[in-house]
Ligand binder design. Structure first.
Ligand SMILES: O=C(O)C(=O)C[C@]1(C(=O)O)C=C[C@@H](O)C=C1
Length: 268
């Protein structure tokens, strides 16, 4: 199966996508990937959603609210960054903002005067370092090739640094089977206790919430879309009952079931 993910070749997204697809194509943005799957141009997309150090990948979450897709798998991958450059002398470090943030302490301790340059992906940073001897990149060490050297390895601030990716598919492939379920709620109402009401149906049925994230709806200040992940499948009666209650609370707005899926750990 072919999957679309964040390019160019050598990104962490590429490494995760290889675990589920025998052919990988590249896009420039996470929104572009979700859009291409929603429109039927691609059967699968792989996008990051959350990092253990830096938190949410908000562009992916917002794309799930804007386009109709299904989540069919979760991929968890440890992220171990290397500093790659043509030589030891450089004045700029280029990488994806998530990667720069995951190495914030390392960079401020070791390269306090370096200019940090945000680029579209870690592999784009590697391209910059290949072209320019004054630029170093942060990325997977295998990107060094013949032109770059690994100046330092394991430079992420937390040794447990890991990113959670999801595999998206056309909405028609949404599954009820799996140990986790993701959905998005936009209640379009606001009153004291609303969030509590939205979460109670799960607590009452002993369903563990693995994540709750509020994203601005874009409609007005203080108005939110809630992204909720639970440790239960849509095939379970308790999940169906809880979601029916949520749908009643959000009757002025909408509830999008992204689907149920299983998780896989991808080591490189
Ligand atoms: O730039 C890459 O290599 C990506 O695959 C993107 C991304 C992200 O957006 O979080 C994925 C994993 C790492 O956490 C750093 C960057």
């Amino acid at each position: 199966m072919e999957a679309l993910t964040l390019g160019p070749a050598g990104t962490y997204s590429h490494r995760a996508a290889k675990a589920v697809a025998d052919e990988v194509s590249f896009a420039e943005s996470k929104t572009g990937i979700v859009e291409a799957v929603a429109s039927g141009e691609y059967d699968r997309g792989v996008v990051p959603v959350e990092n253990s150090t830096e938190g949410s990948v908000t562009e992916s979450l917002d794309a799930f609210a804007d386009y109709e897709v299904a989540v069919v798998k979760e991929l968890i991958t440890p992220i171990r960054h290397a500093l790659l450059a043509q030589g030891p002398e450089f004045d700029t470090v280029a990488s994806h903002p998530q990667a720069l943030a995951q190495c914030r302490d390392y960079l401020s301790e070791n390269y306090p005067s370096a200019t940090l340059e945000a680029v579209a992906s870690t592999a784009r940073g590697v391209e910059r370092a290949r072209e320019d001897p004054t630029v170093a990149a942060i990325g997977h060490p295998e990107n060094a090739g013949d032109e770059l050297r690994v100046v330092a390895e394991d430079i992420q601030d937390e040794s447990s640094n890991a990113t959670r990716f999801v595999v998206v598919a056309p909405a028609s492939e949404r599954s009820e089977a799996g140990s986790k379920t993701s959905f998005i709620v936009y209640p379009d109402v606001d009153y004291p206790g609303l969030l509590l009401e939205l979460l109670e149906p799960f607590a009452e049925r002993d369903i563990n919430l693995t994540r709750v994230e509020s994203r601005p709806s874009g409609e007005r200040l203080g108005d939110y879309v809630f992204h909720i992940d639970i440790a239960a499948g849509l095939y379970e009666e308790r999940t169906q009952e809880a979601l029916a209650e949520i749908e009643a609370i959000a009757e002025e707005g909408w509830v999008r079931r992204l689907g149920s899926y299983d998780s896989e750990t991808v080591l490189d």
